[in-house]
Design a protein around this ligand. Structure first.
Ligand code: AGP
Length: 614
């Protein structure tokens, strides 16, 4: 997730901005840049790679010692992580410099309009359009604050924008919609940051902004308005976190923070996917409609959590598109001599984009002339680079080794792929696809509803600190959720945990059930009666043998009450989308249990975030 810093005061801005960016490094990034206002001109430098690359460039070619500046660490979304795509972006006349976090959904049409007016784009980013639009506004004679208000009213999506105007060196202006931005209030100086970590070494007085607000900072003060120019008030607060807590947004672990970021991550992954004609559009799909129509089989390859996302994808693709789908562990794929042809689509799911098993599998598939589509969270990583097309998830960097928001956004990408194939192949009517998209748009709010009940799940986890083993049961799309719940518990709580398809119990695993064994059961929504009833039978079977059943079931499902020792309710959602809400309590359960057991939740023993060896 991008890091943003803005400063106006008495200190050399370069030092404040670079130090702020360093404090935001934990957010993950792939390029960094800075712009300063030097008496009527903008001076700027930006480099792909780590902050050290930018610092070296600044040491070789120092920028002037001035006291107004902005800086940025970029987590690539539109366009690869290169020098030219790094922020800040400048307007055509170099009057404005702008940094941005988020996704401007309508950037394609804005870019087209600017290009037809003769603007030459210097990058592949969505951000650059906002720099040109701001400059256009300033040319009409308004100040940077009004220019920002006017531009923001025409933008769609989620964004934090921070800009400076070379002609107005004592002012930094920012705006936010669905994206983080806080103000740091100092004495004779003021700050902007993606979070308070950017400035807590200078001031602990902060101001939170509301939705769709513009803030102007000068040395003397801070003023806030709505996008329509109406004066507004920010909410002041005192920061008493230490730096480490500030980086985690007040949470104890990055993993917990990332679990709570999921509503935003799901919403970001859905941004910009519907065109003005209502049709689904997947920017970097790069496979033509004809290529996709020719596909007669899909093989999904992935590892770990990404593999479980692939299992959910199978249900969605087969149901909506009627194309046979195989899901295969990447590490097994090459060794079984898979049948691959030019009409096989191989879908590689990888949060990091660097998993060696998955990479080798796609190389094998491409040698066999199959097309490869990557679903990945890391722009510019190896797997998308070596694929024919890519759907980027927009989770932002995931720091906790145990994947959480990575998983939810992979699910979203899988649903989008399935719906896109249905659109191209005509296996679903347009209104059916729109209906599912509308349901997906509701999911961030549903995930939030589950998170709002976190304390209930934490209490349950605390009741189980002495458990030696926990089982997970699911059916249909709930089966991969059960597997993922078990994986989370193994990874961070080091507990014996197994996930099973409920129907398989009686074929062996039921022998494990003994008095008091906790079994987390993912109950499907009631819409699919048979599925739901069969799940209840499975729960009855284990309960009859003494298991303690901890059931996740949709709100209003009273049929489960007699069989649940503990009931955690989920929002009512369609069966195929239920993994998006059902997995969240399992993440919270594992996180809390591991915390209670005193483990390092973010860096569990023996595990690495990116597994680059086979
Ligand atoms: C998830 O919690 C794990 N850390 C792990 O299973 C992971 O999903 C797997 O290694 C695949 O990683 P990838 O998505 O980066 O390819």
């Amino acid at each position: 997730m991008c890091g943003i810093v803005g400063y106006v005061g008495a200190k050399p801005a370069q030092g404040v901005v670079i130090e702020g960016l360093r404090r935001l490094e934990y957010r993950g990034y792939d390029s960094a840049g800075i712009a300063l206002v030097d008496g009527g001109t903008i001076v700027s430098d930006k480099r792909a790679g780590k902050l050290a690359n930018l610092e070296k460039a600044l040491a070789d070619a120092p920028l002037p010692q001035v006291t107004t500046g902005i800086g940025h660490t970029r987590w690539a979304t539109h366009g690869p992580p290169t020098d030219r795509n790094a922020h800040p972006h400048l307007g055509r006349e170099r009057r404005v410099a702008l940094v941005h976090n988020g996704i401007i959904e309508n950037f394609a049409e804005l870019r087209q309009r600017l290009e037809s007016d003769g603007v030459e784009m210097a990058s592949d980013t969505d951000t650059e359009v906002a720099a040109h639009l701001l400059e256009e506004q300033l040319e009409t004679g308004v100040d940077l604050t009004v220019a920002m208000q006017n531009v923001c009213r025409g933008l769609e999506g989620a964004f934090t924008l921070v800009a400076v105007d070379s002609q107005d060196p004592d002012r930094v202006v920012a705006a936010r919609r669905n994206s983080p931005l806080v103000v740091g209030i100092g004495e004779g100086e003021n700050f902007l940051g993606s979070d308070v970590a950017a400035f807590i070494e200078h001031t602990r007085e902060a101001m939170e902004l509301g939705q769709d607000q513009v803030v102007t900072i000068t040395r003397e003060g801070v003023s806030v308005s709505g996008f329509d120019g109406t004066p507004a008030e920010g909410t002041r607060y005192h920061v008493d976190w230490d730096l480490s807590a500030a980086e985690k947004d007040g949470h104890d672990w990055f993993m917990r923070k990332e679990i709570f970021e999921q509503p935003r991550a799901v919403a970001d992954s859905l941004l910009g996917r519907r065109g003005t004609d209502g049709l689904l559009q997947l920017d970097e799909m790069r496979l033509s409609d004809q290529d996709l129509r020719d596909i007669d089989k899909i093989i999904i390859i992935a590892a770990g959590t990404s593999f479980y996302a692939g299992m959910v994808a199978k249900y969605a693709i087969e149901h909506w598109c009627r194309i046979p789908v195989e899901v295969e562990l990447a590490s097994e794929f090459r060794y079984r001599d898979p049948i691959l042809t030019a009409s096989t689509l191989v879908v590689a799911i990888s949060q990091s984009g660097e998993t060696a098993d998955t990479l080798q599998a796609i190389r094998h598939a491409r040698v066999q002339r199959s097309k490869v589509l990557a679903i990945c969270n890391t722009n510019g990583s190896t797997i998308p680079r070596e694929s024919d097309g890519v759907i980027y998830t927009h989770a932002g960097p995931e720091i906790g080794v145990a994947s959480t928001k990575g998983f939810l956004t992979q699910l979203v990408a899988c649903y989008l792929l399935a719906l896109y194939l249905a659109q191209v192949k005509g296996t679903r009517y347009g209104d059916e696809i729109s209906q599912v998209m509308d349901q997906l748009d509701q999911m961030p709010a549903h995930v939030q509803t589950v998170l709002d009940k976190a304390e209930e799940v934490y209490a349950l986890a605390r009741d189980h600190v002495d458990s030696r083993s926990v089982l997970f049961l699911g059916r249909h799309a709930g089966y991969p959720v059960a597997l993922e719940g078990a994986l989370k518990l193994k990874e961070i709580a080091y507990l014996h945990a197994e996930g099973f398809a409920a129907g398989e119990l009686k074929h062996g695993p039921i022998a494990l059930v003994e008095e008091g064994l906790p079994i987390l059961c993912v109950v499907p929504p009631r819409g699919r009666d048979q599925l739901h009833d069969k799940m209840i039978s499975g729960i009855q079977e284990v309960r009859a043998r003494g298991a303690r059943t901890l059931c996740l079931a949709e709100e209003g499902d009273t049929t489960i009450t007699p069989y649940a020792d503990v009931l955690i309710t989920l929002p009512q959602v369609p069966v195929l989308l239920q993994p998006l809400v059902a997995v969240v309590p399992l993440q919270l359960f594992a996180c809390e249990l591991a915390t209670q057991l005193g483990h390092d939740v973010d860096q569990p023993r023996n595990l690495a975030k990116s597994v680059t060896v086979e």
